[in-house]
Structure formats: C-alpha cells, structure tokens
Write a protein of this length. Sequence first.
Length: 200
Amino acid sequence: MIINKNKSYGGYSYQCKCDICNKLFYRKAAHVERTNHQFCNQVCASIYKSLEISGNGNPCYGLLGEKHPAYGYKFSSESLKIKSNNFKGNKNPMWKGGKSSDNGYIIIYKPDHPYNNGGYMLEHRLIMEEYIKRYLTLEEVVHHINGIRDDNRIENLILFDNNSEHIKWHFLFRRIIKLLCLSIFKFNTALTFDYIFLGA
C-alpha cells in the first residue's frame, strides 16, 4: 500500500506499507509503479504468493487479491490424450521422418506394431519379420553377423529362437576366432624357425 510520495535526491520515492506485516518502508518510484502490491522483503512477498494461489480453502482467500487464474484447473484424461496425440508422429514440429538411432541401432516409428516400444521398433527386427513373413516373438533375437549395428542387410542378419542360443553362438564364434589366431601364430612361428635355422 502506498502512503506518501516524497521527492528525494535523484527523483521520487514512495513511503509504503507492507501488505503482509504492515511495516513502513521507502522504495523508489520505478519499483512501486510497476506493481499493485508492496512488500517490505522477499519473505512477505512469498507469503502473499502462497496465500494468493491457495484458493477457497485458505481463510485469507479474498482478502489479499483475486484467485490465481490457474488455481484448480485440471485437464480431463480425454483432453490430455488429445493434446498428447496432437504432438505425436508427423504432427510434431521436431518430426524427422520417423527414423532415429538408439545406442547404435536404427529405430523406426511404428505405433501400430503389436510389439512396439514407445511407438518405435528396431529396424533389423522389422526387416527380419518382412523376410520370414510373420511377427517375431519377444524371445527371438536378431543378430548382426559383422557386429555393425546399423548394417541391416538381410544377408547380415541371423535369427535365434532365444537369447540362450544367441549367447551360445557368440561363445562358439569367439572359440573359433581364438583357434584360428593360435593356428596362424603357430604357422608363423614355424616359418620363422625354418628361415632362421634352415637358411630358407
């Protein structure tokens, strides 16, 4: 509340009364004229704000001003669903064609797929489904032969019945690589031995 307007050095100042604690204080005209309520400190301003937005449940409601326009307003579940659908897929301003990358894998927006994850599907699973003409089960695993996660050519994909079979394949593959490396090492060692000691 404004009580008096006083001329001071460099302009005008107002003598004000705090709307919460009734304390008298002085404030510059530029600060006073841009607001309808006056507070002596930030604590009183916070108290006023909490009272203002608390609504009819607060006994002080109506004494310090009108109810906050957003108080008590809630969207219905139908309205929230409509608002959400209005920003899905190609309706979203950030839409980039429905293809993205996740941890090296290519994902495609397929909200109608029965096994979609948040509306998206892994591209290599979709390619395998198209090749075998059926949906993959959740247990089935599609593996990249060359280890490149975004190389989704059908000749680079293997389908396993479950993750156990997939792990077995990895174990066997590592075993073969290890044996091949040992064989090459032994072969090179024998050639070196012949070269040094036989004068080859």
